[in-house]
Design a protein around this ligand. Structure first.
Ligand SMILES: [Fe+2]
Length: 242
């Protein structure tokens, strides 16, 4: 019996596959179409209680099992449940030789608005690695990451006017190397413009995702995703990434 999709996931988008367990999430081989896996979960606990411990911080805080345990005296029952879940998720991922990073994020650095192609994580992008790799991602609270369909996004460097402006910048800077190398070194080739009317697909809260990234000979196009816009005054986001 197929698992029902979480309500926020469109049934007509064949690049997302819903899996039923962590083991299936890890073992699945991307392709020929699928480039995003979602393990839907409904997590117990109040993750905002954890995030509230870092309210007012300006920088991203990295947490591990020890630092999460250190917060316990400040948490109520629902916060303690959330702390247990975070520690369990870290353990789950370490058990598969993944290197999870649990982050409490008030905001990310934004690019200079004058930059021709934005390269911050608020901009739709693909991740890249020189070897076979994927990105794991779980949003626990406040605002979830989102993806855009590959068919609704175009690399900025493939938009003629943008490419021409980047070529001008490359020639002006005169740094040597090829233009393609320049685009890659600055990550310009990883960022995408969403089509007018494109509908983002939310990763939702608690769901653990594994998404395809760019690496040599990757069998599928990468999953194009971004961080949600920061809303000032909100609690930081709690995010698991590997
Ligand atoms: Fe990313």
């Amino acid at each position: 019996m197929p698992q029902p999709l979480p309500p926020a996931l469109p049934a007509d988008y064949p690049r997302i596959k819903v899996v039923r367990s962590f083991e299936e999430l890890v073992a699945y081989r991307f392709g020929p179409t699928v480039n995003a896996l979602c393990w839907p979960r409904q997590l117990a606990g109040d993750f905002d209680e954890i995030a509230a411990c870092f309210a007012g911080e300006d920088d991203v805080t990295s947490l591990d099992e020890e630092s999460v345990a250190g917060l316990r005296p400040r948490l109520g029952a629902a916060g303690l449940l959330a702390a247990d879940t975070l520690a369990a998720d870290l353990q789950l991922m370490r058990g598969q030789n993944l290197q999870p990073s649990l982050e409490c994020v008030p905001r990310y650095q934004r690019d200079d608005a004058a930059q021709i192609v934005p390269t911050d994580v608020y901009s739709y992008h693909a991740d890249r690695a020189p070897i076979v790799a994927d990105t794991y991602l779980c949003s626990y609270n406040q605002a979830a990451s989102e993806l855009v369909r590959n068919e609704e996004a175009t690399r900025h460097v493939d938009i003629p006017a943008t490419r021409a402006a980047l070529l001008q910048e490359f020639e002006r800077e005169g740094m040597g190397g090829s233009f393609e190398e320049y685009l890659a070194e600055n990550c310009y080739d990883l960022h995408y413009a969403a089509a007018a009317g494109a509908t983002p697909i939310s990763f939702g809260f608690g769901n653990l995702w594994r998404i395809a990234i760019e690496y040599p000979n990757c069998p599928v196009p990468p999953c194009i995703h971004r961080a949600p816009a920061t809303v000032e005054g909100r609690l930081p986001r709690l995010l698991l990434i590997s």
